[in-house]
Structures are given as C-alpha cells and as structure tokens.
Ligand binder design. Structure first.
Ligand code: ZN
Ligand code: FE
Length: 257
C-alpha cells in the first residue's frame, strides 16, 4: 500500500509534510519547526504521529520536535552528525541508511552544505523526495556550513534520482530563485516556463511544490553547474563543476533582485 502525503504550510514560508503509511497507520512529519500546527494537522486527518524525520538542525525545522515527541510518543530520526544540536534524536541516520515509517521505506541521502550533516529522505516507491533546505525549486540552500565540493556532490546525488521524482523542499522560495536564475540563464526556455508557471500558481493561491526533478535538471542553475553553456556564461569554461557551483552560490548570496 502506498504512502499518502499531505502538504501544508504550518508557518511563514515553511512547508509541512505528513506521510501516512496506509498499511500500518504510522504517520511521520518531515521536520518540525512548530509543534502545534503539525499536531493540529495530524488531528484533522485522524492520523497518530509516530515519527519525526529531521533534515537538519536549524530551528525552523526542529523547534517543535521535543513537544511533538512528548505529546505523541513519536520517534525522532535525524542526521547522526547533527544529533547533538537537534536533541532527543532516537534514530541516528546518515547517507546510505534507510528509515521505516510503518511498512514504508525512506532512503537517506547525504546532502551536506547548507548544514554539514543535512540529509534528505527519498521514498523510492512513490518517488517523493524530502530535501529540507538542501535543494529548492530553481535554487538551493545557502551554504552556511559546508564547502562547494561536497555540496555539489550532494546535489549530484539528488540529480541522479529518476526524472519523475517529486521534490518537496522546506520553503516556498521559487519566485525569488527564479529572478536569480533568469539573471544567469535568461535564454533557458525550461526556466522561463517554470518561472511563469510559478508566478501563476502563487498568484492564484497555489504552491510551487512539488517541483519535478526532470524539469529542475533543465531549469535550476544549481543542478547545471556542469552544463557547458552555463559554464561559459559564468566565464568559467573548463572549470571544475564544483567551482562553477561555488561561483553560482556566491552570486546568489549577493544578488539583489
Ligand atoms: Zn535551514
Ligand atoms: Fe529552513
């Protein structure tokens, strides 16, 4: 039986995700920035929270975890490398591991850079990817802790997933990301189309996720650091992809769009 997914916005621009394993009734939240909106959503659905899956240690992804754990007796899974910062982690995982939510399996993919221990959760059956602040639609997370080579390697791991993979990222940043991406890659038709679609979706009360990996591979400059055309446009023809990625990340950090 399938894993049912519920997407909501618990606060500000953060996304919330509940994963419900039909066979067992187990239910997971991906990240837990605030306890009450997540608890309320689970109650509305009639789902009992059994698992809290943390992508990285930032408080907008973790601050509600302890309260949810004590209210529901839920198990906290989180990155081994950040367990001390997160607190209360019962199940420590890293790249190559997997976690079960009831009978549903999620593979752990290491995506360091935004934070050093950042992980993503991948449901191979349903092709759902929960990537926190590592990868956004048309962008990627700010590189607070890591360095370009390992962050690019993590993004390459995500890029290697099937094109039909649906991307559920931690924040709604698509339009701001589109402005930067178009400044770098203005003639990219896939990017133009995705930017226009995002504008319509948000103007009509919708959301831009899930993003689809196959389209992101064509449109998101941070997944295209090894594209010869983009390299040339950055003035970095022949450079290593992680150097191009680093230049893109620096340019985005100072972009005033
Ligand atoms: Zn973060
Ligand atoms: Fe965040």
């Amino acid at each position: 039986m399938a894993l049912i997914l519920d997407v909501f916005q618990p606060f500000s621009d953060n996304y919330g995700f509940l994963l419900h394993d039909q066979a067992s009734g187990a239910t997971a939240t991906v990240d837990a920035g605030e306890a009450e909106p997540i608890a309320e959503r689970a109650r509305q659905k009639g789902w009992r929270l059994t698992d809290i899956l943390i992508t990285h240690h930032h408080s907008d992804h973790t601050a509600g975890a302890a309260a949810l754990k004590s209210e529901f007796g839920a198990r906290i899974t989180g990155p081994t490398a950040e367990a001390d910062k997160i607190g209360g982690v019962d199940n420590k995982v890293s790249n190559g591991d997997h976690v079960m939510v009831g009978d549903s399996r999620l593979d752990i993919i290491g995506v360091p850079g935004h934070t050093l221990g950042h992980i993503a959760y991948f449901d191979e059956k349903g092709l759902h990817l929960f990537c926190g602040d590592a990868l956004f639609s048309l962008g990627c997370g700010r590189m607070f802790e890591g360095e370009p080579k390992s962050m690019w390697a993590g993004l390459e791991r995500l890029r290697a997933l099937p094109d039909d993979t649906k991307i559920y990222c931690g924040h709604e940043y698509t339009l701001a990301n589109a402005r930067f991406a178009l400044s770098i890659d203005p003639d990219n038709a896939a990017l133009q189309a995705r930017a226009a679609e995002a504008g319509v979706l948000l103007a009509t009360g919708g959301q831009t996720i899930p993003a689809v990996l196959g389209l992101e591979k064509a449109a998101n400059p941070f997944l295209r650091a090894d594209d010869p055309g983009l390299m040339a446009r950055m003035g970095l023809a022949g450079a290593a992809p992680h150097e191009v990625f680093a230049a893109l990340r620096r340019a985005k950090d100072s972009f005033k769009g």
